[in-house]
Design a binder for this molecule. Sequence first.
Ligand code: KG4
Ligand code: ZN
Length: 344
Amino acid sequence: MTILAIETSCDDTCAAVLAENNEVLSSIVSSQVELHGIYGGVVPELASRRHCENIRWVVEQALNEAAITLEDIEAVCVTRGPGLVGSLLVGVAYAKSLAYARKIPLLGVNHVEGHLLSPLLSNPELDFPFIGLVVSGGHTSLYLARDWHDYELLGRTIDDAAGEAFDKVARMLDLGFPGGPVIEKRAQNGDPEAIKLPRAWLAKDSLDFSFSGLKTAVRTALAKSEGVPAVNAEVSAKSVSVSFISDLAASFQEAVTAVLLRKTLAAAARFKVKNVAFAGGVSCNGYLRRRMSDAAYAQDLNFFLAPPQFCTDNAAMIALVGRHRLAAGFSDDLTLNPSSRLPL
Ligand code: KG4
Ligand code: ZN
């Protein structure tokens, strides 16, 4: 079955075509970074308007790149949630129209399930059960994936998502948006041990995460270096030395990495699972990828990653999950609606 998938949960307009054998024939992502960058974060109303403008040509480009036409599509899958409701609505409405016009099956897919299983796109040998960490701008959740559609949530962030912390810290350091890639770049010239920052382990044996204290600690370190009170809302990185910013970026990245690593390894040990996978935008981070690869090797675990284009939001992961759900007998009708807080 050749599947067309659409993903518009946040600020990227995405469409992909997946062939019968799960080969990704095309995966188009139209980024809105330049639109939201000036605000330092995603503006929901602007995102949904831009999706409206983009969706048609993004789908057309996905079909063109896959060298097929709409007539060749046998099912349409679309992200149903969680996400920004105005953004989700554009993709869901478009997918419903296509399914209705072509009289083919329609299926709403959970965005987080897409991320969780995205490493399978490039690692078909990844077997269940596995410990999966979904670490993105909206989510930091650790799962035990027992099988397709059989997941146990082991822990999640109790405040900011890791990617959100990257974005907020980058804004504090005047580095731009999105924060992850710019912090990673600056951190290359910094010393990860230079500035002492907290790691929130939470209760003994907890697999939950917390990053808001770390964010506050970065603000305090920045304020101290400028000689202004930490509560000063005007604290900004403008007058701070370049090397201090690099050290702060590296120390922050190390603090996030240390927590993600230790909790993932603890989950693998607790559930005696040999396979571990990272997914979501933050898993693009080269430092995190290297550190986890080394740790997995040292502990005799198999570590799986998606290539960067499948870590960040994309529609190929939605098509992959959609195929399995359709095969399991699920489908939706035209009453399908987005759900901004859809649980997994
Ligand atoms: O998965 P994604 O594209 O969208 C969500 O579902 O949230 O993730 C976006 C997040 C942003 O917070 C961004 O700063 C972060 O992923 N990110 C990174 C890197 N690239 C993207 N974080 C750390 N290092 C990176 N290289
Ligand atoms: Zn996402």
